[in-house]
Design a protein around this ligand. Structure first.
Ligand code: GCV
Length: 710
């Protein structure tokens, strides 16, 4: 008996003496993960929260702070000044003459002041939503290990519309979704609005995301019927206190499908009247409805071109319908046609640039990141800077359709930063994509940015812990595109795991190199769209027999015995001419083209000499191997972090990194086997031969890959 007791005590002592690995966690809390603060840390928690005003938004802010401080306290007494939530109109706040003018309607200011003759940490703004954003900013501050005493923060969003686009279908599937089914349960709405919808709103409001398009751009007209509007209205009611508006993707042919009209011609008065009435019905159901997103004449979707009308005709008809209600239209520029033999990368510009200045005041044209389609790396879309008379939204893809789904660790903050910082040089240097998008370059009233969501019904929302970081980075950059991807990575890691530099430093370093690793092992040096047909999983550069030319990877790489790459100079498609003259000149010459984009713009011989001194062939192989090496390095790094991460999330990431290494090797080997079948070149010195012959890779098939629409 005594021996048993001694064993038990020894075991207990051993447990207590271990470094404290967190308990298993499922990742549900995202960046709203409130845990007891380290004893003796920087923060003295506030003694209370005082709310001045009784609105749903202020109550939400108070509830968030109260819940967070209780969890952070972990039983230790609060010593800091109380937090006061008060709008700018509060008489005492007004007397403080704080600099609130630049905060707009959504920004916040946080300061230590004296209120009612006692010290207080004031969270204020010109609206309740501003105060709510401030509450989340304060929690981010604390959760990243910073002291509350002396806090002084002020921030306002640089871009007006900061939206998620859900490619969620009414049957619960998610196009290009890798995190389970849709979180919208259309079947149980509107009656049931479970806590998950509120948690979705909290997570987004914490980033300042202020709108969500609920349904897929490959839209069903049913979303516009009365029962579905009622369901959307129920979601809008949950999101409203959090400053998040609901939008819908609209199917252009809805007047035919729902209205029984013989046509959806935007210039037909009966069609216009149908949309006017539909807009009125929508706003009756959802008074603060944001507006419509439209994919028209793209990949088989109906649109104004079906009737010989322009995209501006189509957009303006819808714009007219929502204008009396304060709504907007986001019209996508993602168009390419099998009837157009021109380079796919040129087609959106060719179609939309001539329409500049023809869109109604409440229309934004939504332009994808990349003229092809969200590839691991594309040069910035040439429409940015080319349509100064039109507000252009940037559409980023958060879900990783082309970057290894949820099992490859690829932090997209660096990709988002790369495109936002790209200089369009239109009309002159210093005209970044960010300045086009935020409207400051051309003085637009409307500005917007959209991210195709990676959210699903999985407990961890995004299919992996690290994919949560891409949702986070999108939101943070949408709010403030001057933030650095690296700072965002560290900030995310602190809130997701723990605010300990021993963890945040290595995790941020892993994240910062991760997207380039994917580029290296999938599509190095400007290659693009070499993924498997339809599902886009894994390599298939050999595909050349699909009906539409631009659906074939061979269309994009153009490799043969002599060389590889797409000639987009004057001797080829001349896509370079769609850029500002100095950029066009730079991209026209392989010697001045950034090597990261080399094969995007040029078809070059395999023995083309690279800056490294290697041949192009040797450089390609080198990059593939570098990509695998980066994944190996990430695995090592992650292993060392085991004591600092809870077991459940650590194990999942470790397993996913192993999958990533396997897939990286597969990409490298299959690609090299295929290129060698064309160029007949020996492997560069020291390079390992692919594990299998080319036929083995060609025979792989993935009929059940997730996220695929068919
Ligand atoms: C929603 C790519 C994707 C499609 C997507 C389309 C779009 O083609 O593969 O799934 O459809 O882009 O953005 O409209």
């Amino acid at each position: 008996m005594l021996t048993a007791l001694r064993h038990w005590l020894l075991a207990l002592a051993a447990i207590l003496l271990l470094p404290t690995p967190a308990l298993a966690e499922d990742g549900y809390d995202l960046w709203l993960r409130y845990r007891p603060l380290a004893a003796g840390g920087a923060t003295a928690l506030p003694t209370g929260v005082e709310r001045r005003g009784d609105t749903p938004t202020l109550r939400a802010a108070e509830a968030e702070l109260t819940r967070a401080f209780a969890a952070m306290a972990g039983g230790t007494p609060a010593r800091g000044a109380r937090v006061v939530l008060a709008g700018a109109a509060d008489p005492e706040v007004a007397r403080l003459n704080l600099p609130l003018a630049d905060l707009g309607s959504e920004g916040y200011l946080i300061r230590q002041v004296r209120l009612g003759n006692a010290p207080a940490i004031l969270i204020t703004g010109n609206s309740d939503i501003g105060v709510l954003h401030g509450a989340f900013a304060l929690l981010r501050h604390v959760n990243t290990g910073q002291a509350l005493a002396g806090i002084e923060l002020a921030s306002a969003p640089r871009i007006g519309l900061r939206l998620l686009n859900h490619w969620d279908n009414l049957d619960g599937s998610v196009e290009r979704g890798y995190a389970g089914e849709s979180i919208w349960d259309w079947w149980t709405l509107p009656e049931y609005t479970g806590p998950r919808y509120t948690d979705y709103a909290r997570a987004n409001a914490a980033l300042g995301i202020n709108g969500t398009v609920l349904n897929n751009v490959n839209a069903k007209a049913d979303s516009l019927t009365a029962p579905y509007l009622e369901k959307a209205a129920a979601l809008a009611a949950v999101f409203r206190p959090y400053g998040i508006k609901v939008y819908l993707s609209a199917r252009f042919s809805a007047p035919v499908e729902l209205g029984g009209l013989p046509t959806a011609d935007p210039l037909d008065p009966a069609v216009q009247a149908w949309w006017d009435a539909k807009a009125t019905e929508v706003y009756r159901a959802i008074p603060d409805f944001g507006g419509f997103l439209v994919k028209a004449n793209s990949e088989g979707q109906p649109g104004p071109r079906d009737y010989g009308r322009t995209h501006a005709d189509g957009a303006n008809m819808l714009a007219r319908a929502v204008a009396p209600h304060g709504g907007i239209v986001m019209w996508r520029a993602f168009v390419y046609a099998d009837t157009d033999p021109d380079d796919r990368a040129k087609q959106a510009y060719t179609e939309f640039k001539p329409l500049d200045g023809q869109f109604a005041d409440n229309v934004l044209v939504q332009v994808k990141n990349g003229a092809i389609d969200f590839q691991p790396r594309e040069p910035f879309h040439p429409l940015f800077g080319a349509m100064p008379g039109t507000p252009l939204m940037l559409e980023l893809q958060i879900t990783k359709e082309y970057l290894g789904y949820n099992t490859h660790l690829a932090y997209l903050g660096t990709m988002f930063e790369e495109v936002l910082d790209a200089d369009t040089m239109l009309p002159a240097a210093g005209a970044s994509v960010a300045r086009v998008v935020d409207g400051s370059l051309d003085g637009h009233r409307l500005s917007g940015i959209a991210g195709v969501a990676n959210i699903g019904a999985d407990r961890n929302w995004s299919g992996s812990t690290f994919d949560q970081a891409n949702w986070y980075a999108f939101g943070r950059l949408a709010w403030d595109h001057t933030l650095s991807a690296e700072a965002i990575a560290a900030e995310w890691a602190a809130q997701t795991f723990r605010p300990d530099p021993a963890l945040t430093g290595p995790v941020a370093a892993m994240m910062m190199g991760s997207r380039q690793a994917v580029v290296d092992y999938m599509t190095p040096l400007g290659l693009a769209h070499l993924m498997g047909t339809g599902h886009h999983h894994g390599p298939a550069p050999w595909i050349a027999d699909l009906a539409r030319p631009e659906w074939n990877p061979a269309y994009y790489h153009r490799a043969d015995r002599q060389g590889i790459g797409f000639d987009r100079t004057a001797s080829g498609s001349n896509a370079v001419a769609q850029y500002a003259p100095p950029l066009a000149a730079r991209f026209a010459d392989p010697a001045t083209t950034p090597e990261a984009d080399l094969l995007w713009f040029h078809h070059l011989p395999w023995d083309h000499r690279m800056q490294s001194g290697r041949t192009l062939w040797a450089e390609l192989v080198h990059d593939y191997d570098r990509g695998i090496g980066s994944v190996v390095q990430m695995r090592r790094q992650w292993d060392t972090l085991a004591p600092l991460v809870d077991a459940e999330r650590h194990a999942e990431t470790a397993a996913f990194l192993a999958i990533q290494q396997r897939d990286a090797q597969w990409w490298r080997d299959a690609s090299i086997a295929y290129w060698r079948s064309l160029n007949g070149l020996p492997l560069p010195d020291g390079a390992a031969a692919p594990a299998h012959d080319l036929d083995w890779y060609k025979a792989l098939s993935f009929p059940y890959a997730p996220g695929h629409p068919d």
